[in-house]
Design a protein around this ligand. Structure first.
Ligand SMILES: NC(=O)c1ccc[n+]([C@@H]2O[C@H](COP(=O)([O-])OP(=O)(O)OC[C@H]3O[C@@H](n4cnc5c(N)ncnc54)[C@H](O)[C@@H]3O)[C@@H](O)[C@H]2O)c1
Length: 434
């Protein structure tokens, strides 16, 4: 049993805290958001993540997981402090490190014993050294500490499984003993452990996210060509994916990536390259291809309908991906903006993200049921591939739509079936569905 402090109880921090507690450690999780902590003390979670509610409650009950807004309380007796605060995009695409700096300073001012300060936030290369400088200069008296990078690779929607069974644990530090202590903490996860220097660990995280984003953008670029030449991008992905050198994951063409990580991480990596006098051609193209999917989807719907002005469009799904309520950089946001600008009225339904989406998408009329939403719509767009949309009653859907027009932005339906059922149906990169 180790004593751990986790700073920041967002998607990463809360999952990290709950999982380490579940592994038998004593975890105190801290946030500057008083409302968040007040709610968490009552076991009310700030986010939707499958399985997290049960995990948090169980470990709170067992006394292994507590919450506080006090750094002094969170650090009392802690051997490890994980920083898991946000690193959003700054105005030029650089990572905004103000929350990391504030967390480092507060840790320095409140630590009372030797500490491994572990960066779980995704931070630009060199941040670990910078954090060490902040801590050193903010400490009221010198106390031993080491800065370790341990980037997080979990995916929202499957965060607990990803945390508990990672593909690998990456640990970077200039202090071998600190790296080994952090490695010990992760041994229970039984994953390969890569121990390296701080900067390399920081780069591994950016490189991994940017590469995954590249795979998706690559397939999206290919999707357009598939349509032109009469190929099916879904089958192409399946055929490519059997090759172990390529892998099947992140080959799905559609509306592209969004969320709290890929957009800001690709931009931040490109920014670092430019800052070093380089020209990140691939990274820039990866972003360009991604964002063009959103306007392209609306352009195609416009074509299918013969104009959007005065039309009512229903959106199936709003979250940036299934199994999360995260709306950060969700494709739905840009799509709604394009639709509204073209004069359409927009409706929305999402199994869990509507409460989060409401203030972000005030122009969208929200419905509690997908069929109610679709009733009387001129067309629907499938935005997020939640499972519940995969088995919709298509006959019922067709009977309640004003016109049976569907743009399937995630390729979840079979073009042949849709045609047989009498839908005007388009998907992405499947000539047969066009
Ligand atoms: N969300 C993901 O899927 C994911 C996956 C891997 C890595 N990451 C990285 O992890 C980091 C955190 O991401 P997230 O999505 O969990 O962020 P988030 O926005 O959901 O949560 C951040 C939390 O930090 C708190 N915070 C801010 N400043 C603080 C301070 N000084 N002291 C204490 N708490 C403070 C905020 O109140 C908030 O609750 C980011 O760098 C992100 O890139 C995220």
């Amino acid at each position: 049993m180790k004593q751990i402090c986790v700073v920041g109880v967002g998607y990463v921090g809360l999952v990290t805290a709950a999982c380490f507690a579940d592994l038998g450690n004593k975890v105190c999780a801290l946030d500057v958001d008083e409302k968040r902590i007040e709610n968490l003390k009552k076991a009310i979670l700030p986010i939707y993540e499958p399985g997290l509610d049960e995990l948090v409650k169980r470990n709170m009950k067992a006394g292994r997981l507590t919450f506080t807004t006090s750094y002094a309380e969170a650090l009392e007796g802690a051997e490890f402090a994980f920083i898991a605060v946000g690193t959003p995009s700054g105005s030029d695409g650089e990572a905004d490190l103000q929350y990391v700096a504030a967390a480092a300073k507060s840790i320095a001012q409140n630590m009372t014993g030797p500490l491994a300060i572990i960066n779980k936030s995704t931070v630009p290369i060199g941040t670990g050294d910078w954090v060490a400088d902040i801590v050193k200069s903010a400490q009221p008296r010198p106390i031993d500490f080491s800065v370790v990078s341990c980037p997080e690779f979990l995916r929202e929607g499957s965060a607990i499984g990803d945390f508990m069974s990672p593909h690998r644990t990456v640990i970077g530090s200039l202090h071998r003993d600190a790296a080994e202590r952090v490695a010990q903490l992760h041994l229970a996860l039984r994953a390969p452990i890569v121990i390296t220097d701080l900067r390399t660990a920081e780069m591994i995280k950016y490189a991994s996210n940017a590469f995954l984003a590249t795979k998706i953008s690559f397939m999206n670029e290919l999707a357009d060509l598939c349509e032109c030449v009469g190929a099916d991008v879904k089958e192409v992905a399946a055929g490519m994916g059997y090759d172990a050198r390529i892998g099947r994951h992140f080959l799905d063409a559609g509306l592209g990536w969004g969320g709290s990580c890929f957009p800001k991480d690709v931009k931040a990596l490109a920014y670092m390259a430019k800052d070093n006098g380089l020209h990140p051609r691939i990274l820039d193209a990866v972003t360009d291809v991604n964002y063009s999917r959103r306007s392209e989807a609306v352009r195609r719907l416009d074509q299918m309908l013969g104009g959007l002005r005065g039309k009512t469009i229903g959106l199936f799904g709003l979250a940036f991906k299934p199994n999360t309520d995260d709306m950060r950089e969700a494709p739905s946001i840009d799509i709604v903006e394009h639709l509204v600008r073209a004069g359409a009225a927009v409706r929305g339904y999402d199994p869990v993200a509507m409460d989060v989406a409401r203030p972000i998408l005030p122009a969208v009329e929200m419905f509690k049921d997908p069929y109610e939403m679709a009733r009387g719509c001129d067309a629907v767009m499938l935005i997020t591939e939640w499972n519940e949309f995969k088995q919709l009653d298509l006959d019922q859907l067709k009977s309640i739509l004003k016109s049976p027009i569907i743009f399937d932005g995630r390729n979840i339906y079979d073009p042949r079936v849709m045609r047989e059922k009498g839908f005007v149906y388009q998907s992405v990169g499947r000539a047969t569905g066009a």
